[in-house]
Design a protein around this ligand. Structure first.
Ligand code: AMP
Length: 574
């Protein structure tokens, strides 16, 4: 397929804010896409040449793009910079300037999607001396062969910021619309013949995606009508199964049945570990953090098996006392790129294993939980402060469950998990095969969508942060927070500097002291009370909010929803 055809769709997608229209456009494109181009198209639609979880990144800076535009068009870097200041988007700059290309390109070849994909992929794979120059040449080659519209999107893809506003939900639905169902679409609304059947099809696409996290694999399977065969792929992250909250132990038993397995609910962060030829450690956000946790890789010597996928909570502990530390103490380890060995000694984690999804070539997703636990007990040799099986009991007795709950809290954990012995493992869903029971009012996980530049001794830092939750159609603000954040690096906890460094590259709009940022950084927030409020989009506000921790392990899509906040609001009144 010609790249021009794809960019034509990009432009249409960029020009509409309507989700259904976007979905329809993508489904139309997919119907036209020959199978040989499908993988490439699925990647490019997400504005990337690798799945999100891939460790390889294009690693292209704005400076390099400017140089490439300069080589491709002969226009000076200064002029390009000026245009950039005016337009604020290098893609648009490349588009405008590509129209002024010199004759060298009169013998233009048509760019194919494959060619663009290959060249941008090569950028990521280049290493060593002279790399920067070769990267620039590859980009310049593409730009000199491109039309103006193509130039816009080549640059944005290289920068990893396509700006067509296409979410995973629309991509999923578009796959269904293209290959599996044909709902009637009419200027902004759809009418499936049968809503129930429609939802089932959408769910089947989502299930396949939850297993492999790769839209290309899912689209190809949908086209061939083999979605149900899409299972786990060793080495490719799988979305973890999530747990709804039970009100108390009785409610927990009601939801998961009796007897149930009850486990400590550790206060660390979730990791799913794959062992194939090599070991990969993924967070719940599907980020590969293998390099950051050498002590975990080491501890896996205690697991038998040629290949496997296990689900665990990594918990920090105090080297001296051996006591567990709350999550915020070790959160910094998830992002750390330097001093890793040192940190793995001073701030080590213990791996608490509670599930197994795959073992020696076989998926265990559809096996009952009790069988998976038996397998775990066979393959893991527990060694305190390295790798242990999650502490558990199996009981139908509320008193015993309650005693275990108290014991867990005393040991420094957050509460307990109650698990259905017959439950299968459903990646990515909150089906209720396991539920959590915790005592305190939850901290809320929210995403930062804005901030304000500080004044006086805080100038140069972003200070007051706008927090948002998830509404029906995107994020809605619920308040601002400025407390719980430290001024000095030496103090324990989150610092203004740290947050500023994380947020600065995400700024998308700036007016006076106020900035809007892309919703990427998730924080856990403590508060006294939730109140109704007309001030914020969500209709709620938090009384005395405080930042407890930055959550690099959480996905922005997973932040608290308005419905959940509404439930907490009602709950606190009782
Ligand atoms: P929450 O983060 O409050 O929604 O609680 C669910 C999380 O608890 C899971 O995603 C895990 O990261 C964590 N967790 C701690 N201990 C366990 C356990 N024994 N079984 C399952 N999840 C656990």
């Amino acid at each position: 397929m010609d790249y021009l055809e794809l960019t034509d769709y990009y432009q249409k997608l960029e020009n509409t804010a309507k989700r259904l229209e976007k979905t329809y456009l993508v489904s139309e494109l997919l119907k036209k896409t020959p199978e040989k181009d499908l993988t490439v198209i699925m990647h490019l639609l997400r504005g990337s040449v690798f799945p999100d979880w891939d460790e390889r990144k294009t690693g292209i800076a704005e400076r390099l793009i400017i140089k490439a535009i300069n080589v491709a068009t002969g226009i000076s870097a200064d002029n390009i910079e000026q245009e950039w200041k005016k337009k604020g988007d290098l893609g648009n700059v490349a588009e405008k300037l590509a129209g002024k290309k010199s004759q060298a390109t009169l013998f233009q070849k048509t760019l194919t999607v494959q060619k663009v994909f290959d060249n941008i992929r090569k950028l990521a794979e280049m290493e060593g001396q002279g790399t920067v120059d070769r990267k620039m040449q590859l980009l310049a080659e593409l730009l000199s062969q491109s039309t103006t519209l193509e130039a816009r999107y080549i640059v944005r893809t290289a920068l990893g910021d396509l700006r067509i506003g296409l979410g995973d939900g629309s991509l999923r639905d578009a796959i269904a619309w293209a290959y599996l169902i044909d709902p009637h679409y009419d200027s902004g609304s759809i009418t499936p013949d049968n809503r129930e059947a429609y939802n089932k099809v959408i769910e089947s696409v989502q299930t396949a995606y939850n297993n492999c996290n790769d839209f290309a694999t899912v689209a190809i399977a949908a086209k061939k009508n083999t979605l149900e065969k899409v299972s786990l792929i060793l080495g490719q992250p799988v979305k973890v199964m999530l747990a709804p909250k039970a009100k108390n132990i009785a409610d927990g038993f009601e939801r998961v049945g009796k007897p149930a397995q009850i486990e400590y609910k550790y206060d660390g962060f979730r990791v799913v570990i794959h062992k194939a030829e090599r070991i990969s450690i993924f967070t719940r956000r599907l980020e590969n953090v293998t390099k950051q946790f050498p002590e975990v890789v080491e501890a896996l010597k205690n697991v038998k098996g040629d290949n496997y996928i296990i689900d665990c909570e990594a918990v920090g502990f105090d080297k001296k006392t051996g006591k567990y530390l709350p999550f915020q103490h070790i959160s910094q380890r998830i992002r750390r790129k330097y001093g890793i060995d040192e940190l793995s000694k001073t701030m080590p984690v213990e791996l608490n294993v509670f599930d197994v999804l795959y073992y020696n070539g076989k998926s265990y997703l559809n096996e009952p939980f009790e069988k998976r636990r038996v397998l775990l007990e066979k393959i893991i040799k527990s060694e305190q402060k390295k790798i242990v099986l999650a502490a558990h009991i199996v009981t139908d007795d509320e008193k015993k469950a309650d005693a275990f709950y108290k014991q867990s809290l005393k040991a420094g954990n957050e509460g307990i998990m109650m698990k259905n012995l017959q439950g299968i493992y459903k990646p990515g869903s909150r089906v209720g095969f396991m539920v959590k029971v915790k005592p305190v009012m939850e901290t809320l996980d929210l995403v930062i969508t804005g901030a304000e530049w500080g004044e006086g001794k805080r100038s140069g830092w972003l200070t007051s942060f706008t927090l948002s939750c998830m509404g029906e159609d995107g994020y809605l603000d619920i308040g601002k927070v400025g407390t719980g954040i430290k001024e000095l690096e030496s103090e324990e906890g989150v610092t203004f500097e740290e947050l500023t460094n994380l947020l600065k590259p995400l700024i998308k709009e700036e007016k006076g002291k106020t900035v809007k940022v892309k919703p990427k950084i998730v924080v856990s927030i403590n508060y006294e009370e939730i109140q109704k409020s007309p001030t914020y989009g969500s209709g709620y506000a938090l009384r005395f909010p405080r930042v407890v921790a930055i959550r690099p392990d959480l996905n922005p899509e997973e932040v608290a929803s308005v419905q959940e906040i509404d439930e907490f609001y009602t709950g606190q009144k009782k």
